[in-house]
Design a protein around this ligand. Structure first.
Ligand code: FNR
Length: 363
């Protein structure tokens, strides 16, 4: 049954990529263009360091799959792409491995094809400490993701209906496993309140996993006989909104959910992400055009991200947080209601101060 679910998820996620995805709230984030802010490309480094982890690039392939024959092949190809391009890669949920250890190879391939890469294991928030450590061990993982997905479970026909154990279980796993723990949403977003709680539990990093890309309410609804949860499609906060909501939460955040192109990567980094994850968009490329196309796509994104940073005058991903950014439309409304001051994002580069100093002209 799990193997069938994994195949369904891939099929429905790719269908979604072919269909309704288009605009999202990243479109409501724009950079102020400063025509003389540019720097020299050799001075740009895209390496990012957070929570004691260093990645050479701030882009990663986020959690997707494993557990069936077909998804094992997908994991093999994703791992080859990660190895060729140097991006970190996360496994899909490893529950299938706990239920049926004979599918171990469909996950282990992530490490076999990518021996020196940064690999993240993935479990749900009900996993025992022993299982969490077994997941890490199977992949010789560098970090562990715990996914939290109440909206998905609610719509999933065979999903969990009890969630109250998740908080204490996350705390137990964090205390016991020997790698950093990242808690992630799967496309509904982590709120400020949630991330502050995760910080209290000892979680090292939060992957905001917001709305705007793959919609698991829609995917699970497509697996229901009556498809009677259509009204939950679009549930949650967008990734851009989550980034604004979690400013200054005290632990590093990763951004994923609805990242469509290198500009979205730059936008997420400018709003404070330490790294940016992509799932559905990369899966679509792999399924439609094969592994060489995925390698080409990731290489192009990394190249263009460096080009954008050169134009914007950011020598590192962290320096993008000094770029002036305008927030528009419904994203701005979200900020107003959540008490987030938007003007400071538009006036944070040194250039206005420097200009005032140089010219003596104030506005
Ligand atoms: C996912 N995602 C996911 N996340 C997770 O933590 N464990 C999992 O097993 C899965 N499985 C999965 C399967 C497929 C086919 C897709 C496309 C995605 C969620 C994923 O990591 C991510 O949070 C969301 O997909 C949002 O990002 P995108 O797709 O909009 O880039």
């Amino acid at each position: 049954m799990i193997a069938q679910r994994k195949d369904d998820h891939v099929r429905l996620a790719v269908e979604q990529q072919h269909g309704h995805l288009g605009r999202n709230q990243f479109d409501e984030v724009s950079f102020v263009h400063h025509a003389l802010a540019g720097i020299d490309r050799p001075d740009v480094s895209s390496a990012t360091t957070f929570a004691g982890i260093t990645w050479q690039v701030p882009l990663y392939i986020n959690a997707m799959t494993g557990g069936s024959l077909k998804t094992g092949e997908i994991n093999r190809d994703l791992a080859i792409a990660a190895h060729e391009t140097g991006v970190p890669i996360a496994s899909g949920s490893m529950s299938a491995y706990f239920k049926d250890p004979s599918c171990a190879d469909t996950f282990r391939v992530l490490r076999q094809k990518n021996p020196d890469g940064f690999v993240l294991a993935n479990v749900n928030a009900t996993a025992s400490v022993d299982k969490a450590q077994r997941a890490v061990d199977l992949l010789q993982a560098n970090a562990l993701q715990i996914h939290v997905n109440t909206a998905q479970e609610t719509v999933m026909p065979e999903g969990d209906r009890s969630f109250s154990s998740w908080v204490p279980q996350i705390e137990r796993i964090v205390a016991a496993v020997d790698v950093p723990v990242i808690v992630k949403e799967v496309g509904f977003g982590l709120s400020r309140e949630t991330v502050l709680l995760l910080r209290e539990l000892g979680v090292r990093v939060a992957d905001l996993g917001g709305r705007g890309g793959t919609d698991f309410a829609r995917i699970e609804n497509g697996r229901r006989e009556l498809a009677d949860y259509a009204y939950l499609e679009g549930w949650g906060q967008s990734t851009a909104a989550c980034l604004l909501d979690t400013q200054g939460v005290g632990i590093p955040v990763l951004a994923s959910g609805g990242v469509r192109n290198p500009l979205d990567v730059a936008r997420a980094l400018a709003l404070g992400a330490s790294g940016v994850g992509v799932s559905g968009g990369f899966l679509r490329t792999l399924m439609d055009d094969g592994v060489s196309a995925l390698i080409a796509q990731i290489s192009t994104w990394l190249d263009q991200l460096t080009a954008l940073m050169t134009m914007l005058g950011a020598r590192t991903p962290a320096e993008l947080t000094r770029c002036d950014v305008l927030l528009h439309g419904s994203l701005r409304d979200f900020c107003t209601d959540r008490g987030i001051e938007t003007g400071r994002f538009a006036r944070r580069s040194a250039s206005l101060d420097a200009l005032t100093e140089m010219t003596g002209i104030t506005r």
